[in-house]
Write a new protein. Sequence first.
Lengths: 193, 401
Amino acid sequence: MPYKRMLLPELQHAIATDDDQVAYAELFARFNPPLVAFVHSIVHQKEAAEEIVSDVFIRIWQKRKTLDQVQNLKMYLYVSARNYAVNKLRSKNHQLSLQVEELSVDLQCFSENPHEKAVIAEVQKELHRAVNGLPERCKLIFKLVKEDGLRQKEVAELLHLSPKTIENQLAIALSKLAETIRQATGQKKENKF
Amino acid sequence: MGDWEAFLVLEEEPIVMPDRIWYLLSIKLSGEATQAELDEFYILHEQHPELEEAIQHITRYWLQPKETPTFSSAPDWLKHLERLKASGVEWDEADSSFADSDVLSVVSVNEPAHRIRQMKWWMVAAAVFIISLGAGWLAFIRPSAAGDQMILAKNNKNEFVTRPASRSQLSLPDGSKVWLNASSKLSYESGFGEENRNVWLEGEGFFEVSKNKALPFIIHTSRMDVKVTGTVFNVRAYPQEATSETALIEGSVEVALSGEKEWKYHLKPHQKLVVDEHGLIAENSNKPQHKAFSPAVTIPAFTASLQSLSKPLADQQVVETAWVYNLLSFSDESFRQVTNKMEKWYGVTIRFMEADMENWHFTGSFKDETLAEALTALKVSTAFNFVIQGNTVFISKPYTK
């Protein structure tokens, strides 16, 4: 059968109306990795992050009959994951709200494959290093927009930050990257002369 | 301004107010920019040529495929499924869409044995075949009902069908041999070998045509017809694939595109003709020898190009015909082309979670590997995750931990 990639609304509908387990598995395969990474940045613990995201998906299957009522399933997943994570922290540490300053985001954009590593330009490596050197909040916002493909408005809602902050943080991230490039290429030129 | 105000300001956002161009670039890359914002970006871009290099690097960085060699998602899914079942929520383990497995699982290691058994059966079949040829008629009879290949005779038409993940060798009444690849169909009418040598092919076949100048051997496919007098060549014409091709190993063949009988392409050994169904005409490499295509004449219009055969993987072996030797191979082919071949080879459906992965390129060759082993080997050159669920394989990018 010719391959056809299911769009998110199609997956959502198949789960809601047909109890489609394969669609559910596909939804899991698509969103489990970024959600675990996101929750990990809040709870700092891999096993806990996996369990939280697993709970989110269990809830999705339990409530599948009403899944069609969800307007934005992707955002729904992220917000649920955030709430579960915050609840987990709250019950553990009696903390009252999500402290974005305490986030730890590990951005790893490159394969460790030696062949690919060699192919990646030096400047791109510098950039990767620079992104990992960004302040945690800045890095998380950058990651949610660039890697996870969330809209800026959604990131603002997810992190309880103002849209203006998201805007500034993205601009800061990119201008720092630009500065890194300027230094990297500038050095190269200095070395030449 | 009192001290406390200064303190407050420090607690707020960093006071750096970066150039607007970086914000505009970020929304351009994330696809959220309005037309007005794009225009503003292009104007700023022109005004600041010194930023050109940085913009290019950041763009490349942003758009590059994201991948990391973290754990595969298959164990994650199994772990999740355990928790899901433990939670008491209803889950149909016998869901037929997950094929025959009661638990979603990675394909087990008994698969190669199955394939080897098939191969052995073919060898027997081939022997049976040669004997029956003595009777002057084709008799290719399956030893059991649940077989890899079916022969149907209806309306004076003989039809051979191969199942997914199986390949068969057949001999035709005129002594020609055909290796039929997976999910393919070959048929001919009565009178074959006496009045004519016409066959119809859907899928892929490797042909060794016996010599007979008086009766040309013609293979009809949906996009092209191939006429030969005696030669060895491969025709790939799966209806659901974007292109069809004829690759010549020895001898000579003529190819006519469907709907335009007078345009004949003469192939030389180690050339292949690739045809697709799009309206635009694009000729690559060597020009056809006889007549140039002109667009918009044929209906349906085709694109055709003449190419050299892919580089041999080993002596006497060409990628196009490797399947005949029970070898699944590909040379600098896109992930989509590779998975097309794997789908037929292993009889599975392969889905990409992220569409841009389809353009990654791979070179490789498999013989006795299971599906899981083949995918694991591919992962070594470019990292990706896969989950095998029944007859469906999901391929996704490795994720950022």
